[in-house]
Design a protein around this ligand. Structure first.
Ligand SMILES: [Zn+2]
Length: 122
């Protein structure tokens, strides 16, 4: 992938980071103002690990999104951004542009979803 495309993806990921973090803070603010203040004291990459958040089931989808985001940002720092976390195949520009936090190539994503569905049936 060219460096121009890579820098476009980097900008896209950072924009997605701001968007997800703002949406999360707003959701917390609506539930508990003190908790929102507490979060603002922390670095955003520590938010998903805050144990008090487990008390709010309605925040779990946001927390999942934050964890995906943290993983993508961490991969970017390591120079591994855009590689499938299972088979290390390079994801395409289109895949990453559509979902900047995407972790898997299409075959691995399908396998992953199949195992998830399998565990729900148990
Ligand atoms: Zn893969």
């Amino acid at each position: 992938m060219s460096s121009v495309l890579k820098s476009q993806l980097q900008e896209r990921l950072l924009a997605e980071a701001s968007r997800r973090r703002l949406a999360f803070l707003q959701a917390v603010q609506a539930l508990d103002g003190n908790l929102a203040l507490q979060l603002e004291q922390l670095s955003p990459d520590e938010w998903a690990d805050l144990s008090t958040l487990a008390a709010w089931p309605q925040l779990q989808p946001h927390i999942k999104q934050l964890k995906q985001l943290d993983a993508a940002l961490c991969q970017q720092q390591l120079g591994l951004y855009g590689l499938c976390s299972d088979c290390e195949a390079e994801l395409t520009f289109e895949q990453l542009y559509q979902d900047p936090c995407r972790q898997r190539c299409t075959p691995c994503e399908q396998k992953y979803l199949a195992t998830q569905q399998g565990s729900w049936k148990l």
